[in-house]
Design a protein around this ligand. Sequence first.
Ligand code: NAD
Length: 438
Amino acid sequence: MKETPEIRPAEGKLGVLLPGFGAVATTFVAGVEAARRGLAKPVGSLTQMQTIRLGKRNENRTPLIKDFVPLAGLDDLVFGAWDPIADNAYDSAVNAGVLHKQNHLDPMKDFLETIQPMPAAFSTDYVKKLDGPNVKKAANKKELAEQLREDIRNFKAENGCDRLVMVWCGSTEVFLRPGPQHETLEAFEKAMEENDPGIAPSMLYAYAAIMEGVPYANGAPNLSADFPALENAAIERGVPIGGKDFKTGQTLMKTILAPGFKARMLGLNGWFSTNILGNRDGEVLDDPESFKTKEESKLGALEHILQPEKYPDLYSDMYHKVRINYYPPRGDNKEGWDNIDIFGWMGYGMQIKVDFLCRDSILAAPIVLDLALFLDLAGRAGLSGIQEWLSFYFKAPQTLPGLYPEHDIFIQHWKLKNTLRWMMGEDQITHLGMDYEP
Ligand SMILES: NC(=O)c1ccc[n+]([C@@H]2O[C@H](COP(=O)([O-])OP(=O)(O)OC[C@H]3O[C@@H](n4cnc5c(N)ncnc54)[C@H](O)[C@@H]3O)[C@@H](O)[C@H]2O)c1
């Protein structure tokens, strides 16, 4: 096993950079400020609320995670953003309609209005349903990336930050497959100079972050940093990265339920999932090319959890379908239906219906916070490249070459906590317990 790392202390300010300043990003920023002011609790955040058991059950050592590992405190966070729509955090949050205007946004208006998104590296070629005037201009994509790098350096200096992290909260881009231009850093840089259509804006942010030594997480399903050129650049530069696609509503439910069916050796004939949502994200996903990116991300989980190749009697014939429908009246308060056809003893069928009336951005905001704080921790611990222990937060976890992604939320959770124990030189928890037996 790798040796326990030295971890630099979390001193000074941590700048959290957010490409995409819509519903998720502004709900995250407003929630952190509300927690700082004592107006709300950071519910859903492991870094703020969860404990971790250390040692044997009879030792009674269960500190909060934030008291166990050296994390940046909420008071040390400062926020920066880019968006083609020039709304400040207050206006964007009001437009998103996630948080209550009178109860939560108006009392923090003074603070929220100070965060103004920088001009974005954006193109309607990759997000067809949106447009906005707050965009950068450059002769080619490489120059756009250089402008982003300059933004990063300026933000750090102007805000007196000790460290930065970046979490992509931008729209889902059209579906792209990695090609030769994504193989090596040289090929990728040449492709940027040549305005290759295979280079999407989210990749420019990921490149800029990695080249500036800034840990990067991708909250959307588009490739962004999910290809060899940037994965290797991250390792070479000692930068931790993670992705893709925040695990929130329906996929969260799927990765909670499916491991239970498999544990009980119950079979599955089909899983039909449909959603209605009416926010800006829903509008973007109404474009078939952006939906395809999302669909790929959502479909992977069941196959990997249920392992039909290992359990052909139970899972080889399952039918899995995911639909997303844009329905404006619903706003951010999505409704996700699941119809699950399972079978048991002697093949007798049963049905489970899940109707999850969730709030997408309420589920996503604590993920942004935890990713920012854990990636910063990983950077100070000298970890680089894909951080598989953060798969817990993603619908389509990036993996090391040759490994399959782990989707089971319970395994992901265990791995996350064991990684924290390893970082701090504590024993791994196996739940074996034989040493208590007489
Ligand atoms: N629970 C969730 O809400 C959830 C879960 C998983 C993934 N996601 C993903 O997170 C992302 C954000 O979701 P949201 O609900 O906040 O969407 P949103 O539409 O409210 O916000 C996205 C913002 O990104 C901006 N944007 C698009 N391209 C950009 C670019 N190149 N540079 C900078 N900004 C850009 C848009 O103008 C928009 O303001 C989406 O990709 C979504 O699919 C959200």
